[in-house]
Write a protein that binds this ligand. Structure first.
Ligand code: ATP
Ligand code: MG
Length: 578
């Protein structure tokens, strides 16, 4: 496979404008931040990245590229209980693979813990933060509800001195986990619940993957995120829509703290796709419940799963460009992702022949122990891909479903007495069908070939409509091939129809039991025996397949079907509707 390295956004991705590009253009033209653009992608290292994260990451990265700006990768690692170094490494590998380049700007929110602690003290000194002794349950109760305003905490009016002292003792480890919090003093009657004296720090004795046991108090997401943006000089902080409601608090902290810059938060719609779930919490359930083989199961929409499946970064870029960036939530058809891969692989994947469900054919008038080398085109879309030879022998395999005992009128493949062309070879006619006496199944076909029909010719001009793929029986390689279907059986696995028996089911009840089919004895062109992990091919008439990076061994590749040639699922849907 000719892999063009591609570590910068495609021309189209830089060109496709959206409302965020418009907003940033206005800021640049108005001379905000001296005309600079600096973005970031802030994953929490508590899981692997999925295609939804790819949208956020690619958007931020290409936005910076477009304006000649900078891009940071920042780990938002403020929740030590769930975070791990394993995820820090995997996220970097995935981000790099996608083509995002943060240069030397690999950042960690945990690097700002001391600065954030100082900011918290500043707020206390300004009379805008206090140590609160309410339990988590009472804090919840005091907060009120959407329709009922909250009540002031009895600890709200502590003196600045007392607050500074208690906060220092929180840090020193004098109090039990969960016994106290530091809260911002904003407005318990605010319509926006996030402004009702939000928690800034909690006491939590947990080992942090970077700071170890140095801290027993940890800042909350809201108190960390905007300040981290400001510390890094982020100009535009683009995040998904669920953070819109956090924006007033984001801005409140920036306004009331001596931060070095004033970033602007802009929200966009999350990516949702049919036939899948895209939330880390739910993907974890699939992994932990053993419903998939791991985060990199090729049916997962995680970036490592997509990569193992055979997705290319270029296909994902194209998909993301097509999906675009909008302000309202919607669900994208999975077919769109698959089409992006088909289009990409059609250009770059070399063609090979493989038979997934082998049926032996003996060409009775072909000499025994003879091999004829036929010439095949590697990639009709790429003139530089050249040709290869494939061996034709007396015994070959064809696809079981390319033969029928009784052929309907428009069936152009093999049947008793019928003639088809072997791809790149001769025309053969089925003269005899051998069936297994026990099962009654067809076990072998006997055919004759017409030596006059090489090179696509038929000497008498007779029409042979069907062309089928095949592989030599004696000179072939046997391999395992895995076929995948959607992981979920329905387009909206998370949607319950209220008032029906569907209600009460979860996405785990809607898994597709047939999402993985393992074919252990597929017959491949001999050259495929040395295919390398990650290499991708089009198996003619069957789809695009890549060598599995986990279960293959030298000389024994296992193939994953990345995507079929056409969208079989859409055809089934269409038939169902007719
Ligand atoms: P999940 O909801 O899947 O558990 P998350 O948002 O909790 O993911 P983070 O690591 O916090 O995971 O996400 C990092 C960034 O990725 C966030 O800024 C978030 O806006 C963005 N993001 C997460 N999921 C999507 C999605 N489906 N589409 C677009 N952006 C997303
Ligand atoms: Mg989140």
């Amino acid at each position: 496979m000719s892999t063009k390295p591609h570590n910068s956004p495609t021309e189209e991705s830089v060109a496709s404008a959206n409302f965020i590009v418009t907003a940033v253009t206005e800021d640049v033209e108005a001379g905000q931040n001296g005309g600079a653009v600096h973005t970031r992608f802030p994953p929490e290292p508590n899981g692997y990245l999925h295609i939804g994260h790819a949208k956020a990451m690619w958007l931020n990265y290409t936005l910076a590229q477009r304006f000649g700006g900078k891009f940071n990768l920042r780990f938002d690692d403020t929740n030590p209980a769930k975070e791990d170094e394993e995820f820090v490494d995997a996220i970097q590998a995935d981000a790099q693979w996608l083509g995002c380049d943060w240069e030397e700007r690999l950042c960690f929110a945990s690097d700002y813990f001391e600065t954030l602690y100082g900011y918290a003290q500043e707020l206390i000194r300004a009379g805008l933060a206090y140590v609160c002794d309410l339990s988590p349950e009472d804090t919840q109760e005091y907060r009120g509800t959407g329709s009922k305003s909250g009540r002031n905490s009895p600890f709200r009016e502590r003196s600045i001195e007392e607050n500074l002292d208690l906060f220092a003792r929180m840090r020193a480890g004098e109090f039990a986990d969960g016994s106290r919090t530091l809260k911002a003093k904003i407005d318990m009657a605010a319509a926006n619940m996030y402004l009702r004296d939000p928690v800034m720090y909690r006491i939590l004795r947990a080992h942090h993957h970077r700071t170890g046991d140095e801290w027993c108090i940890y800042p909350t997401y809201d108190f960390t995120h905007g300040q981290s943006d400001a510390i890094e000089g982020i100009t535009h902080s683009c995040c998904s829509l669920e953070f819109e409601i956090h924006r007033p608090l984001y801005e409140w902290y920036l306004q009331h703290l001596p931060v070095p810059s004033q970033p602007r938060q802009i929200e966009f719609a999350r990516l949702n796709l049919t036939y899948t779930v895209l939330s880390k919490r739910k993907l974890i359930k699939l992994v932990e419940g053993g419903h998939v083989s791991g985060w990199d199961d090729p049916r997962m929409l995680s970036l490592c799963g997509l990569r193992r499946r055979g997705y290319t970064p270029e296909a994902i870029h194209t998909f993301l460009d097509q999906v675009g960036v909008a302000k309202f939530n919607s669900t994208v058809d999975m077919v769109q992702l698959e089409n992006a891969l088909r289009n990409d692989l059609n250009q770059r994947a070399e063609r090979r022949m493989a038979v997934l469900h082998p049926l032996k054919v003996v060409i009775t008038n072909f000499p025994e122990n003879h091999t004829e080398e036929l010439t095949a085109i590697n990639n009709p879309e790429d003139a530089n891909a050249g040709t290869r030879t494939i061996p034709l022998t007396r015994e070959i395999y064809i696809e079981r479903n390319d033969f029928r005992m009784e052929a309907p009128r428009k069936y152009f493949r093999l049947a008793p007495g019928r003639e088809v062309r072997l791809r790149y070879g001769y025309c053969i006619t089925c003269t005899e069908v051998v069936t297994d006496p026990e099962s009654g199944e067809v076990s072998e076909l006997r055919c004759t070939y017409d030596p006059q029909t090489g090179g696509g010719q038929t000497p008498d001009g007779r029409k042979v409509k069907g062309i089928i793929h095949w592989v030599s029986a004696t000179a072939s390689h046997t391999a395992e091939v895995r076929l995948y279907d959607h992981l979920f059986a329905v387009p909206f696995p998370e949607k319950n129809e209220p008032g029906t028996e569907e209600a009460g089911l979860t996405f785990l009840d809607r898994l597709n039991p047939n999402s993985l089919e393992v074919l252990a004895t597929c017959k491949l062109e001999p050259s495929l025996a040395t295919a390398q992990p990650g290499e991708c091919f089009q198996f003619e008439r069957l789809g695009y397949f890549c060598v599995d990076s986990v279960d293959s061994s030298p000389g024994q590749p296992v193939f994953n079907r990345s995507v079929s040639l056409r969208d079989a699922w859409a055809r089934i849907e269409k038939q169902r509707k007719q």
